[in-house]
Write a protein that binds this ligand. Structure first.
Ligand code: SF4
Length: 337
């Protein structure tokens, strides 16, 4: 295992706008104390419900959102302490594929302008060089040189996502954050785009972060993953181990929804009650306790640590890690499953 990116105790808070001047300033705690490691060449999944902090975490990985605290180490360099020029050069190694292929492409630019723009911004001014590179990438993503002077409105959703992918790899990055890359597309296009991502990864030796709320996609795509809830990681590590033996009640609930297609064997059907609490004022103990069907009294006040329970399998839950000051329920074994 060769780590390409490490996050150490990363938190990202956003100030809440408005409010009265004499009241205490409030913050949205989008990401809270996240530590993880992503290895060279793997696909690392980030999964969770909408609003759990997945996209903010991805943005913090690639220098688009500066963490409030903590460190992001990319290829051995502390990203946010780099001098400006070195930060910009390192940033070019890290790109993002956006969720919405409709709004992420400038409708007034043609395909050549859209895809070559990052090269142009970097300082490239030889039109022939840029054109040759754009045609090469169009062919790589399944389009052709005939598309060079067409506009985004001439393409279907799947084709626009192909354009977005071509643009994201034009500077030969080594690290790509794919933020829900197929969630805005028809189901029939899903597999084609995911296959394309796999082919490009193999060809360019890329490392992916695959952000998704679709566990079936995550299972197919990811070597390792992190399950997020309300800004925190609940369970992380080997994808195979987590899908085979999910230990956190939240992971179990997410998997229960796709029981047959993903897990392939029967599990306890866990239904989550209520909504995700506000990230402005998250619960003080385990962030999941208000919705957890297995919550104990102590879960309300003591935050669980994210600990390794077997090789490359980490869980943040008192039921799994033990709870020093609170007696476990008599049906503990049954609860853990
Ligand atoms: Fe549920 Fe408690 Fe585990 Fe949180 S720590 S997931 S509330 S059992």
């Amino acid at each position: 295992m060769n780590p390409i990116l490490t996050m150490q105790n990363v938190s990202v808070n956003f100030p809440v706008k408005g409010g009265l001047p004499f009241l205490k300033k409030r913050f949205v705690q989008a990401v809270s104390d996240v530590s993880l490691t992503i290895n060279q060449g793997e696909t690392f999944g980030v999964v969770g419900e909408s609003g759990c902090g997945k996209t903010t975490l991805g943005n913090a990985m690639i220098g688009m959102v500066k963490p409030t605290s903590g460190e992001v180490i990319f290829q051995g360099k502390n990203l946010y302490t780099l001098p400006k020029e070195e930060f910009k050069a390192t940033r070019r190694q890290m790109q993002m594929i956006f969720q919405d292929p409709y709004s992420s492409l400038n409708p007034r630019f043609n395909v050549y302008q859209i895809i070559s723009e990052p090269m142009f911004i970097r300082g490239e001014d030889d039109e022939e060089t840029m054109k040759a590179r754009v045609v090469e990438l169009l062919e790589l993503v399944g389009l052709s040189s005939d598309d060079l002077y067409r506009y985004p409105s001439d393409f279907s959703g799947g084709q626009r996502q192909r354009l977005g992918i071509a643009r994201s790899i034009i500077l030969n990055p080594s690290f790509l954050v794919c933020d829900e890359p197929v969630s805005a597309l028809d189901v029939s296009i899903h597999a084609q785009i995911l296959n394309l991502l796999n082919e490009i990864q193999a060809q360019m030796n890329l490392t992916y972060v695959f952000i998704s709320h679709n566990l079936a996609d995550v299972k197919n795509m990811c070597d390792r993953l992190a399950v997020m809830y309300l800004g925190k990681i609940m369970e992380s590590g080997s994808s195979e181990k987590i899908f085979r033996n999910p230990l956190h009640p939240y992971t179990q609930a997410l998997l229960a929804v796709v029981l047959d297609t993903v897990v392939g064997k029967e599990r306890e059907f866990v239904i989550l009650k209520g909504d995700i609490p506000s990230p402005i004022n998250p619960p003080m103990g385990c962030r999941f306790w208000q919705r957890c069907p297995k919550a104990m009294e102590g879960c309300k006040t003591v935050p669980p640590e994210h600990l390794e329970v077997e090789e490359d399998h980490f869980v943040a839950c008192h039921l799994v890690n033990g709870f020093p000051d609170v007696e476990l329920p008599t049906n503990y074994d049954q609860l853990v499953g």
